[in-house]
Design a protein around this ligand. Structure first.
Ligand SMILES: [Zn+2]
Length: 621
């Protein structure tokens, strides 16, 4: 796994094992290190709420092997206890114990204000072996390091202590190479609090049921909320922040639990914003939060099984295998541990109508429902699932934009299909039906307060659909670098196409001659693309990332390799850092040969994560 030994900060060279063993001995002598019995049949709940039985410590050999598995010996025991108990907001930890139970290490302490105990905290640290994020459609690699928040209780709520402490812990466990926080969000206030802190519901079926219940509640109360608004909630933090403008009544009991229905036990009425009210009244859920581990940038990976339901006939270049191969390679490479895997949502029709003619989309839907074999042109093959898949592809880009603007990730790669850059306002062509990147650009403008969007298209084919949609728009810079239209589909994208009307100058086409390779691509990119983006100063960069300019991809005649994609990705990140807080949302377009698509997309994703350490040698501007 990359990055394990390369983190910055205080975590440096491994501590000699002798020092770790001596540290254990000192803690044992000070009565701060024990064994913990975690077998549920002998579990004892003490007055403090500790769900384990304290026993004599296990052998030094077993403790050391647990320490190795969890920390790669990069921290000594006493140092670790010290790091777990910082003074935060005037509160300290007392009676901090380290316990070894089976393969786990536990930390248990009292939370003190001065000498007075005001709360209690228990953490469990372990490596998870089985499938741990149930919504992932494929098994994850074993060995994720997990911090289980067994419980944090405070006598007084809303002190801000837990938030502040867990921010510190996130940094600490990040540096120690941990991957996830887990917890059970069970208390009334806790469910809202953890959602607000970025914890998501781990069981996706459960999450969807909760979303359905929210929709039921909205209808029952007759609230002015559309079903689409509810459907695009994909994370518990979305729910927590949902429709803060709408205050709804909930009923509180003496212990501080809430319901939507008034009854004898819940007599007290309180008004809360819709999302908060809903979470306060919801059932407990199991939550998790990714601790961003071994990459300098946090990259969201948007993916759905739904993208496979766009069926094309055997032999058609644009098939579901493209995505399954990429997904499998991402798993095999162990990238899932550091990507923020996110689901797309079905976008509201208004978001699509902002780009496409409603009658055109309706004709597409009807063609799919009629069972037609293709739509508009012969190369646009369709099957029963093509319409919903095409909508979901646009919704994938929107989810990527949400991730970047909510701060959940720094950038995003949307592994969507069908592709989109040939689709125009009222026209399907070149395997494309809905212009995903265009829908994303318009959405970012309407929902995220973005003014200037740059769309950079490095698919080997000219992004004629995107160009047509934005050619009169001076606020959208469209840059396409592609094989020359005299030799390559779709026959547009000449230099003289520079935009129209108010948008004149906001379109840049950089055609390359057949057989151009990495050097030509990179040279043209540095000479023309970089200065154009630099001058435009975008608020967001969207990439139409096709990987069919690869020399192994037979669909066209350019001869690039992963090198060109790595270079361009790095430079785009530099530009984004300078102008738009690093916000890049990359959207898959073409790439039709399995191995070159996978190798190029992997290199691109790793670069988005900031994994390549060496600076860009030919950086000229
Ligand atoms: Zn292409």
């Amino acid at each position: 796994m990359a990055g394990d030994g390369t983190r910055a900060g205080w975590v440096g060279e491994p501590v000699p094992e002798r020092d770790i063993l001596e540290g254990f001995d000192r803690l044992i002598a000070a009565n701060r290190l024990f064994g913990a019995e975690r077998n549920p049949s002998v579990l004892k709940k003490s007055g403090k709420g500790t769900a384990f039985l304290v026993r004599k410590h296990p052998s030094h050999h077993r403790m050391l092997s647990a320490w190795r598995a969890l920390f790669a010996c990069r921290v000594a025991p006493e140092e670790f206890l010290g790091l777990l108990s910082p003074e935060v907001l005037g509160l300290t930890h007392g009676d901090g114990l380290l316990l070894f139970g089976g393969d786990r290490v536990l930390y248990d302490c009292q939370i003190l204000r001065g000498d007075e105990a005001v709360g209690h905290l228990t953490l469990e640290l372990y490596r998870e072996r089985d499938r741990i994020v149930p919504f992932l459609p494929f098994p994850t690699r074993p060995g994720r390091r997990v911090v289980y928040i067994e419980g944090i209780s405070l006598t007084r709520q809303s002190t801000g202590y837990a938030s502040a402490l867990f921010r510190r812990y996130e940094r600490l466990f990040h540096d120690l190479g941990f991957h996830l926080f887990r917890l059970k969000a069970s208390l009334s206030v806790g469910k809202y609090y953890w959602a607000k802190e970025g914890f998501d519901c781990s069981d996706r079926t459960r999450f969807q049921e909760m979303r359905d219940r929210l929709w039921d509640q909205v209808r029952r109360l007759g609230l002015p909320v559309s079903e689409q608004e509810v459907r695009r909630l994909t994370h518990m933090s979305d729910v927590a922040a949902f429709r803060k403008d709408l205050k709804v009544p909930v009923w509180r009991d003496a212990e501080g639990y809430y319901t939507f229905e008034r009854d004898a036990a819940h007599p007290e009425e309180v008004l809360f914003p819709l999302g908060k009210a809903f979470l306060l009244c919801s059932e407990p859920w199991d939550g998790h939060k990714v601790i961003y581990t071994d990459t300098p940038r946090r990259t969201a990976f948007i993916w759905s099984e739904g993208y496979l339901s766009h069926g094309t006939p055997a032999g058609h270049p644009e098939g579901g295998k493209r995505l399954t191969a990429l997904r499998e390679a991402i798993r095999r490479e162990g990238l899932l541990e550091s990507l923020i895997v996110m689901e797309p949502y079905v976008p509201p029709m208004e978001a699509l109508h902002a780009v496409h003619d409603p009658a055109y989309l309706e004709a597409f839907r009807e063609a799919v429902e009629r069972g037609d074999r293709y739509f508009a042109t012969r190369d646009c093959a369709i099957g029963a699932g093509s319409y919903p898949a095409a909508l979901l592809a646009a919704g994938g880009v929107m989810a990527g934009i949400d991730a970047v603007f909510s701060g959940r990730s720094d950038n995003a790669f949307c592994a969507v299909r069908p592709p989109g850059h040939h689709a125009a306002r009222a026209n399907a062509m070149g395997f494309c039906f809905v212009n995903n990147v265009a829908v994303g650009a318009v959405y970012a403008r309407s929902a995220c307060g973005v003014a200037r969007v740059c769309i950079l298209d490095w698919d080997v084919h000219h992004g004629n659909g995107t160009q047509e949609i934005f050619e009169e728009d001076p606020e959208t810079l469209f840059v396409s670098i592609h094989e020359h239209p005299s030799f390559c589909y779709p026959g547009t994208g000449r230099r003289m196409e520079k935009g129209k009307g108010a948008g004149l100058g906001a379109t840049l086409n950089v055609p390359l001659p057949p057989h151009a390779g990495d050097r030509d691509m990179i040279e043209a990119f540095e000479r023309e693309v970089v200065p154009a983006i630099e001058a435009f100063r975008p608020d967001l960069i969207l990439l139409s990332a096709g990987f069919d300019a690869h020399r192994d991809d037979a669909i066209a005649d350019l001869e690039c390799t992963e090198k060109a994609y790595i270079h361009m990705t790095r430079r785009v990140l530099e530009l984004a850092d300078r102008h738009c807080g690093g916000r890049v949302v990359s959207v898959l377009e073409g790439g039709y040969r399995g191995d070159s698509l996978v190798a190029s997309a992997l290199a691109h994703i790793k670069t988005l994560q900031g994994r390549e350490a060496t600076p860009c040698s030919s950086a000229g501007g």
